[in-house]
Design a protein around this ligand. Structure first.
Ligand SMILES: NC(=O)c1ccc[n+]([C@@H]2O[C@H](COP(=O)([O-])OP(=O)(O)OC[C@H]3O[C@@H](n4cnc5c(N)ncnc54)[C@H](O)[C@@H]3O)[C@@H](O)[C@H]2O)c1
Length: 511
């Protein structure tokens, strides 16, 4: 053999993919191999396109991406001599690549012309048979694994009978109200379905990179506000065959919807449950804070019926109240504020005509900071709204302003909030959400030491009223969350997938 062919044969002997093949056949493949060297960023195969070659890595690293490379959704990383990529889909002429394969740094590899390889298989029946036997063994192994997992779950992949389909859903971050809300409602809902049954199972764990594996064998996962479905989790879910995320909330800031689109997952949410519930809770937080209700009530319960200046509040009537974000919840809150006879000023990237009709005046952000005695944060958490309240905005606020946040903790830089409370620039805060709530909220920490010093500082401050993400929590809202989530699952099972789903929150492609 020529030097090159010797080298190619040696690398084939190191490739696990070819451990099944006899040397005689490897020598034939070696004759088809061409040595290549490529720089960082070189694209070997493009997702969705037919690739004319397959590759064996000699030195360096190759990354496989789903979706546009710039989006950085890395499927896996090939490193080390003898790793093979793009081989199996090149067995058939019209099969397209599942991912885009790109050099990460300088890469040395060998390429094999896909057609020449197919011709080799066609003319060497013995080799083709060895390859078929090898693939059958891999397939048997994979199917044994999935059957074992299905059995462990108490179900079988053959659950779907005739025309009837079963949609298996794993519900993460399950607390008592979730189980008792979904349990009876699902039984009733299933009675009204034709050729479909939804089976929901529950775990108390939150969805994250570790717990994603629990979803093996499920068609969909049902998530809540503190579950994490970032790009890695989405990739894992898609590899496990999960095709849908049913978010049982309106906000979906912990779901990487761009990654979901790339990996072909449908994501649906509950766009509105009870905006009244959240708006009313926001006002309750303000009034509890303003009229010192917690302190007053505990004093009275201890038979201390005195009044002192520590209990003094202010009239909201006549004060200037600023609302940032005048969407569904913010709009309802504006009505409530007007009912108090306050002067209403607002900031939003889109003005709400109904808010203007009731006398709300849109101002700039800085004007709102400067004039407001009370500020409500009512906008979603987006890159543009992250840390809206920060060290730079602090000096712009009116001295002693009361702040209410029922939207998302990330709207407020907690260090700036603590600084504002310390200096008195912020007179008090009513918060239903906290920047780092995911580690604590919806769990009982009463017998444990809280390790987050910022949370400890907030909880120890008399001018802080905190509830643990319960603004939505009314009977009406929970009923709506349950019914819309079940409808979302049914619609997905009936074929309304991706952007076609009525409650999709996937990003729409730019026109
Ligand atoms: N605490 C809870 O239990 C709870 C429950 C439901 C919703 N929420 C939170 O409340 C938020 C608001 O809900 P909604 O139903 O009113 O949403 P919505 O989409 O109807 O309204 C959001 C408003 O914010 C505005 N906005 C967007 N970017 C902005 C910016 N940079 N500055 C100012 N305004 C901006 C939008 O234009 C819109 O008018 C949700 O995103 C969610 O995070 C919390």
């Amino acid at each position: 053999m020529a030097t090159n062919t010797n080298e190619a044969f040696a690398i084939l002997k190191d490739a696990v993919t070819f451990e099944f093949a006899e040397d005689a056949y490897l020598k034939e493949i070696a004759k088809l191999m061409t040595k290549e060297e490529c720089d960082d960023g070189h694209v070997f195969a493009k997702e969705g396109e037919v690739s004319a070659k397959w590759f064996i890595l000699d030195e360096g690293t190759v990354l496989r991406y789903k979706g546009p490379v710039d989006d950085n959704h890395i499927l896996d990383k090939l490193e080390g001599r003898g790793r093979v990529t793009a081989l199996f889909h090149s067995l058939k002429e019209e099969h397209v690549s599942y991912s885009t394969v790109v050099a990460s740094g300088h890469v040395k590899l060998w390429s094999v012309d896909a057609k020449a390889y197919r011709d080799l298989l066609a003319s060497h029946g013995g080799f083709a048979l060895q390859l078929a036997a090898h693939l059958a063994r891999l397939l048997r192994h994979e199917s044994k694994v999935s059957r074992a997992l299905a059995q462990a779950r108490g179900s079988s992949p053959d659950d779907d009978k005739g025309d009837s389909k079963t949609l298996r859903v794993l519900c993460y971050d399950t607390t008592e109200w979730v189980r008792s809300g979904f349990g009876p409602a699902l039984m009733e809902f299933n009675k009204g379905l034709e050729n479909l049954q939804i089976v929901m199972e529950y775990t108390e764990d939150r969805l994250n990179a570790r717990s994603a594996a629990y979803a093996t064998g499920y068609d969909a996962v049902c998530t809540f506000v503190n579950d994490t479905a970032d790009s890695d989790v989405i990739r894992m879910l898609s590899m496990l065959g999960v095709k849908m995320i049913a978010q049982r909330a309106a906000g979906f800031d912990r779901i990487d919807t761009k990654a979901a689109l790339t990996f072909g997952l449908t994501v649906a949410r509950v766009p509105a449950y009870s905006p009244y519930a959240v708006a009313e809770h926001a006002m309750s937080l303000l009034m509890t804070l303003n009229r010192k209700i917690t302190r007053a009530s505990s004093r009275v319960h201890m038979s201390n019926f005195t009044l002192d200046s520590g209990l003094m509040g202010m009239d909201i009537h006549g004060k200037t109240v600023g609302v940032m974000g005048t969407g569904k919840i913010g709009g309802i809150l504006c009505n409530i504020i007007k009912g108090f006879g306050a002067n209403l000023i607002c900031f939003d990237v889109f003005e709400n005509d109904e808010v203007k009709q009731i006398g709300g005046k849109y101002v700039t952000k800085d004007e709102l900071y400067e004039q407001s005695d009370v500020i409500f944060l009512m906008m979603p958490l987006l890159p543009s709204t992250h840390h809206t309240l920060n060290m730079d905005t602090l000096p712009k606020l009116k001295q002693g302003v009361l702040l209410v946040n029922t939207s998302r903790g990330g709207l407020v830089h907690t260090g700036a909030l603590l600084e504002g409370l310390k200096t008195g620039r912020i007179g008090g805060v009513g918060m239903d959400v906290y920047e780092n709530e995911a580690d604590y909220f919806f769990q009982d920490w009463s017998a444990k030491q809280i390790e987050d010093p910022q949370l400890v500082s907030l909880l120890g401050n008399n001018n802080v009223i905190m509830t643990a993400h319960q603004a939505f929590f009314t009977k009406e809202a929970v009923d709506k969350i349950v019914s819309t989530t079940l409808e979302n699952l049914r619609d997905y099972a009936k074929g309304m997938t991706g952007l076609e789903h009525p409650n999709s929150c996937l990003p729409k492609p730019k026109e």
